[in-house]
Design a protein around this ligand. Structure first.
Ligand SMILES: Cc1cc2nc3c(=O)[nH]c(=O)nc-3n(C[C@H](O)[C@H](O)[C@H](O)COP(=O)(O)OP(=O)(O)OC[C@H]3O[C@@H](n4cnc5c(N)ncnc54)[C@H](O)[C@@H]3O)c2cc1C
Length: 469
């Protein structure tokens, strides 16, 4: 293959780019595809940390196995036997309420008795049945207060802290939950819409219940997924490292000129599978297009404080907890990693990963590692019995934050649609466009691969997008 003139060039060797390439090759094994990756290794945000018998994550800790496209990609990566799962039915989650960890109920009946909010507030949730759809472009906080009452805010906060590390006063509901908004408009109520979809899903599946999804990772950590995908591409000479793309330009034949430090190449079709802000930089000055409505989207920076404890630590059984902002805590939440995925700590040891920073508290990342470890430990020991200080501690600081879908994001997506319509050989996916979770990235990558193969897939916005907490 002449790798300077591939049919298809994919910019970015993170999960989005690798998944696009793998799905494409599955459908068209002979296609000439080349992935250009800036770094010296694949995976971008996804990378596993492993030392002294402890295994933690720089970025994603896992994804829910309720997405067909992700399950298929795991198979295409040859990783079915390495999958490690933590079923949410067994691995309960906690929310911090008034300084205590409260178990999130796994069914609506138990929710009625759980001490997550007062009884009158639980009954108040039913106001959703009588409310008209909310007009405009409300924030998550405005929308959930309107539909379900103020008492729901801490729970909504916990959900969006756990996914976006975001601020529900700024995240826009139309951007983060377009499917739920569609349900609200169509059925006049989210509860009615959810019941309708549940009934329909049961009918479609011949009354077969799916049950609770499982949090999914791999025995050697999330880094295995991009590594296995990259290996397949490397064998075909379809992945080039240290190849930062500096500019892109349409050529007169309807294809693209792609410039890297090492030189220029041309391709028939171009996929940008880089984070939204990198795409916006590369797309500046795209011919026949007005400037984008946002020059960049805000990011929520995070640090992960990895803490090992002896067996004396009373870490609750389960997945972990999230702390709404109203609790005023130092950490956003903590994953009980060695409960969730056994083997993440040496024998007789336990591992937790505490998340600090986020959209509301970027200043906390200015603290040095020792201070982050000290304050994280102080914080979590108020929530669980930790009689001894950690026997292992490390701070992981991912180089980039989580893109935030805030004011102007819906307009930004419309601009992207317009750019792809004006330039039919340009395809844009990646971190922070339609969402930020792994399942979102894989679904969109599969759609791009389908379009490259000549078919027109349905849009993601028609579906109800899940969250991964
Ligand atoms: C701290 C953190 C925790 C997370 N936790 C979870 C979780 O638990 N579950 C979940 O579902 N999701 C989680 N996510 C989100 C998940 O990691 C992302 O959805 C996913 O990794 C994004 O993949 P991507 O390929 O789109 O982007 P990236 O991972 O950012 O990859 C983009 C790639 O493009 C390369 N690149 C950039 N610029 C150029 C250029 N000019 N030329 C060539 N290459 C370039 C980069 O080097 C990188 O390799 C988390 C994210 C973060 C940051």
């Amino acid at each position: 293959m002449s790798t300077n003139q591939p049919d298809i060039c994919i910019v970015g060797g993170g999960l989005s780019g690798l998944a696009t390439a793998r799905c494409l090759l599955e459908a068209q094994p002979d296609v000439q595809v080349l992935v250009l990756e800036k770094a010296g290794q694949p995976g971008g945000t996804i990378a596993t940390f492993s030392t002294d018998g402890y295994q933690a994550e720089w970025g994603a800790h896992g994804f829910l196995d309720n997405c067909d496209e992700s399950r298929r990609l795991v198979s295409l990566a040859g990783l079915d036997k390495e999958v490690q799962t933590a079923p949410l039915k067994t691995f309960v989650r906690y929310v911090c309420v008034n300084g205590r960890l409260v178990c999130v109920p796994q069914n609506p009946l138990k929710a009625l008795t759980a001490p997550l909010m007062p009884l009158h507030a639980k009954i108040g949730v039913l106001r959703d049945l009588f409310k008209k759809p909310l007009d405009g472009d409300p924030s998550v906080a405005e929308w959930s207060t309107y539909r379900f009452g103020k008492a729901m805010l801490p729970l909504a906060d916990a959900v969006y802290t756990g996914t976006y590390a975001g601020d529900i006063q700024r995240l826009k509901i139309d951007a983060v939950m377009p499917g739920v908004r569609a349900m609200e408009r169509q059925h006049g109520s989210v509860i009615r819409g959810a019941v309708h979809r549940l009934r329909q899903a049961r009918r479609d599946k011949g009354r077969q219940r799916r049950g609770f999804p499982s949090m999914t990772s791999f025995q050697r950590g999330m880094g295995r997924l991009p590594a296995a995908l990259a290996e397949i591409l490397e064998q075909r000479d379809s992945l080039r490292y240290q190849a930062a793309v500096q500019s892109i330009e349409p050529d007169s034949a309807g294809g693209w000129q792609v410039r890297t430090e090492a030189g220029q190449l041309t391709c028939r079709q171009l996929v940008l599978a880089v984070p939204v802000n990198t795409s916006l930089t590369l797309l500046t000055g795209l011919p026949d297009m007005p400037p984008p409505p946002l020059l960049s989207v805000p990011e929520a920076p995070l640090a992960t404080v990895v803490l090992g404890f002896t067996e004396a630590a009373g870490i609750p059984f389960g997945f972990g907890y999230l702390a709404p902002e109203t609790e005023g805590r130092f950490a956003l939440g903590t994953l009980f990693s060695s409960h969730m995925f056994p083997g993440r700590a040496p024998p007789d040891r336990q591992l937790v990963e505490t998340l600090v920073g986020g959209r509301r508290h970027p200043e906390r990342l200015q603290l040095d590692d020792q201070e982050l470890i000290r304050r994280s430990y102080e914080d979590i020991r108020e929530l669980m019995p930790l009689p001894e200080p950690p026997c292992f501690a490390r701070v992981l600081r991912p180089p980039a934050g989580i893109p935030q879908l805030e004011a102007g994001h819906t307009e930004l997506l419309a601009w992207r649609d317009q750019a792809q319509a004006r330039h039919p050989t340009l395809h844009i996916c990646g971190f922070g466009w339609i969402g930020i979770g792994i399942n979102d990235m894989i679904k969109e990558a599969c759609q791009v691969a389908e379009r490259l193969g000549g078919s027109e897939p349905g849009t993601e916005n028609e579906r109800v997008r899940g969250v991964y907490v």
